[in-house]
Design a protein around this ligand. Structure first.
Ligand SMILES: O=C(O)[C@H](O)[C@@H](O)[C@H](O)[C@H](O)COP(=O)(O)O
Length: 232
C-alpha cells in the first residue's frame, strides 16, 4: 500500500481549475522573484485544457517562464494529436503568450533519432522544474510511461532528460521525460477529473508494482511533493 499523497477534492472542474491555476501562478512568480526565472512542465490529453486557459490569463512575468511538456507524440506540430499544438492554442495565449516554450518534437523522422537533440534543447530549462502538472490514463500511465511497454524501464532508468517510447496500447511513437527528470521538481500536481480516474488512483495506491501502473513511480516516492487535484 502506497502512502496517500495530499489529496484535494473539488465538486466541479471550475473550482479545481481556479484554485490550481492560482497556486501554479503563485509558485511560478515566486520562482521568478527568487531565481529570476521559472519552469513549468505540462501534460497533454484532454484534462488540462481549461486549466491552460485559466493559467494563460494570470498576471505573472511569463517572459521569464520556460514551458515544456511531460511527453509528446511524434507527429507534426499541426497534427490533431500534437501536445505542442494543444499547448500553443490553449496555454501560450493571452498573458502567457510571452512564455519561452520548448517543445519536445524536432525535425528527425523518429523520436528514437530525435531524443538526444530534444534533451539538448531542454538543457537551459531551469531545474529542478518549479511546477510539473501530470495527468493519468485509465491504465495507470503518466507521461508516456505505459504499463508493460517494452521500453518502459528505459524511461524509468535513464539518466537522460527524455527517451523515445513506442506504446503498444496507444497511437504514435512518443518522446517522454524520464523518471529522473520528472522527479527533479519542486512540486508535482496530479490533475484528475471524474470517478473513473479516482478509482484508478485508489487502485494505484494499493500496490507498488510500477510496471503494472507506472503512476506509482510518482505516488510511491518521497523526494518530490505530489498534490492530487481531483474533481467529480
Ligand atoms: O500526451 C499524453 O497523452 C499525456 O501527457 C498523458 O500522460 C495524459 O496526461 C493521460 O493520458 C491523461 O489523458 P486525459 O487527460 O486525456 O485523460
Amino acid at each position: 500500500m502506497l502512502k496517500e499523497a495530499v489529496f484535494k477534492s473539488f465538486d466541479n472542474t471550475d473550482s479545481l481549475e481556479t484554485q490550481l491555476a492560482d497556486r501554479i501562478a503563485r509558485q511560478l512568480q515566486d520562482a521568478v522573484d527568487a531565481r529570476g526565472k521559472a519552469s513549468l512542465v505540462v501534460s497533454g490529453g484532454s484534462t488540462p485544457l481549461k486549466l491552460f486557459k485559466a493559467l494563460s490569463n494570470k498576471a505573472i512575468d511569463w517572459n521569464e517562464v520556460f514551458v515544456t511538456l511531460a511527453d509528446e507524440r511524434w507527429v507534426d506540430n499541426a497534427h490533431k494529436d500534437s501536445n505542442e499544438r494543444l499547448v500553443r492554442e490553449n496555454l501560450l495565449q493571452n498573458r502567457a503568450a510571452s512564455a519561452k516554450f520548448r517543445g519536445l518534437k524536432n525535425m528527425f523522422a523518429s523520436a528514437e533519432e530525435g531524443a538526444a537533440m530534444t534533451s539538448e534543447h531542454l538543457a537551459n530549462v531551469p531545474r529542478p522544474f518549479d511546477v510539473v502538472v501530470l495527468g493519468m490514463g485509465n491504465d495507470g500511465h503518466t507521461c508516456s510511461w505505459f504499463p508493460c511497454s517494452d521500453d518502459l524501464m528505459r524511461a524509468l532508468d535513464s539518466d537522460a532528460l527524455c527517451e523515445a517510447v513506442t506504446p503498444r496500447t496507444a497511437p504514435h511513437e512518443r518522446i517522454t521525460l524520464t523518471k529522473k527528470a520528472i522527479l527533479n521538481s519542486r512540486q508535482i500536481y496530479l490533475h484528475l477529473v471524474g470517478e473513473q480516474k479516482l478509482s484508478v488512483y485508489r487502485q494505484a495506491l494499493e500496490s507498488d508494482d510500477i510496471k503494472a501502473m507506472p503512476i506509482r513511480v510518482v505516488l510511491g516516492q518521497h523526494k518530490t511533493p505530489v498534490d492530487v487535484y481531483w474533481s467529480a
